[in-house]
Every structure is written in C-alpha cells, then in structure tokens.
Design a binder for this molecule. Sequence first.
Ligand SMILES: Nc1ncnc2c1ncn2[C@@H]1O[C@H](COP(=O)(O)OP(=O)(O)OP(=O)(O)O)[C@@H](O)[C@H]1O
Ligand SMILES: [Mg+2]
Length: 271
Amino acid sequence: MTDAHSLLVERITLGYGDRTVIDDLDLAVPPGRITAIVGANACGKSTLLRAMSRLLAPKGGQVLLDGKALHKLPTKEVARTLGLLPQTPVAPEGIVVGDLVSRGRNPHQRVMSRWTAEDTAAVTEALTMTDTLSLTDRSVDELSGGQRQRVWIAMALAQQTDVLLLDEPTTFLDVSHQVDVLDLLTDLNRSRGTTIVMVLHDLNLAARYADHLVAVRSGRLYAAGDPTEVLTAQTVQDVFGMTSRVVPDPVSGKPLVLPIGRHHAVEGVEV
Ligand SMILES: Nc1ncnc2c1ncn2[C@@H]1O[C@H](COP(=O)(O)OP(=O)(O)OP(=O)(O)O)[C@@H](O)[C@H]1O
Ligand SMILES: [Mg+2]
C-alpha cells in the first residue's frame, strides 16, 4: 500500500503575466480517494493541476504536501510522491515507447545509480496495465492518438507515485479504452491506495468514477463533494451554461447528465 499524503490547496491565485486565471481557490484532496475536476474550457483546470504538481508557482496562497509548502520541497522528493500526466505532453523526437516509459523511473534513480530489476519490473507492469507492451519498440511519433495517450499513462504509472495527477487521461481514447483507463486507475486506487486527481470532460464518467467531484467555474471553486450532490442540472447550467436533465445512471446509480440542446425539448424543462 502507498502512504496517504495530504494535498491541500489553500487560497491559491494563479495566472500568467498580469492575468489571473485561478482566483482564491481552496481544495482539499481526500487522501486515498479519486477526485475528478470538471469545468468549462479555459476555466483554469490545467492551470490548477500544474500548480498542484509544482510546475507553476502560485501568485498567492499555497499548495501544501503533507503540511509543507510544495514549492519549497526538493524536486526529486516531489517527483517521487506526485506523478503528473499533462494535457498535451511532448515526447522527445524519435523516442521509442519503452524508452519513454522508462523515463518515468527517473525520480527513483539516485546519482550514478544503475537501472535495477525493480525499475524493469515497474516499466513492464505499466506497459502491461495499459495494454502497450506490444508497442515497446515503436516510435512514439508513429502511434495513433489513442495508443500515444495510453503510452503516456504508462509513463505516469511507471513512476509508482502515491499521488497521480492526470489532465484529461481519456482524451483520444475510444469508449472502451476510456473505461479501461478509468477502471485501471480505480484498481490502482483500491489495491495500492493511490490518490488520484484527474481532470475529466465526460461528466458521466466523472460522476461514476470519482469519490469526490470538484466543479470549477471561471477560475473559482463552484462546488466540491459527493458527485450525487454536486452534479445537478443547476450545476450543469451554472458551470457549462447548458440545459440538461440529470437522472440516476441505471448502471451505477450516479448522476447521468442528458444534454437537451436546441433541437430537443423535454417536458417540464425550459430550453
Ligand atoms: N502558458 C500560458 N500562458 C498564458 N496563458 C495561458 C497559458 N496556459 C493557459 N493560459 C490561459 O489560462 C486560461 C486557463 O487555461 P487552462 O489551460 O488552465 O484551462 P482548462 O480549464 O484546462 O481548459 P481546457 O478544458 O480547454 O483544457 C485560458 O484562458 C488560457 O488561455
Ligand atoms: Mg486543460
């Protein structure tokens, strides 16, 4: 089992240049649980995740990892605890899958240390879990969008961190691979206690897989809590400006959002 780490975002303000993107936002990540962040395009989700993984320094407030300011912790210590899958990762040109995923082991390597059997096992396991073992010798540039996405997930898994931050891990994936990846993250969470924080655009998958749902609107926290309480038609209206009907998902009992759109009308719902 992994160690449960506390990851706390305290009154954080983030931005680029003079522009504020995230404004005075608080977020307590439940240790050992799955958190999903949802919100409209450009509301600041990736910016928030970048700050939570130390890639972006806050303009105000702070991120605390186990009670310590994240931005003051040594890089390697952070990298051994927090793994990040960015929204649009860039692979070194010409790199093959096996080498890329092996780079996920960098935080575990000490100066002058050798590659160990443990590293090989971690890489093989990550490739196997993401169904990418057969791609090991292929160049990353030549893969399909979905294959590439699974390779990046493998790289994040190979880090074997106690906390995983994933920015839209299901983009480019067909419906079956989306469910596979979310099942896999749930397996990691259940078997190892890995704390997962992910940005998802599919509200129904977010509600189904997350223990804790965070809705962000224009750089501010709109609501956070149990998906059943957070994901209501009112939330969808306020956060996405979209009229919808929310019904219990017949498979999981979690909220299922049915968008209405301009060409459909539902009795009792104003469009
Ligand atoms: N490196 C950057 N420099 C300047 N502005 C940026 C940078 N990255 C993001 N922004 C701006 O910050 C705002 C929030 O961007 P961010 O990527 O956090 O949104 P998001 O919620 O992840 O959106 P999406 O759902 O489209 O991924 C946007 O207006 C974006 O243009
Ligand atoms: Mg984003």
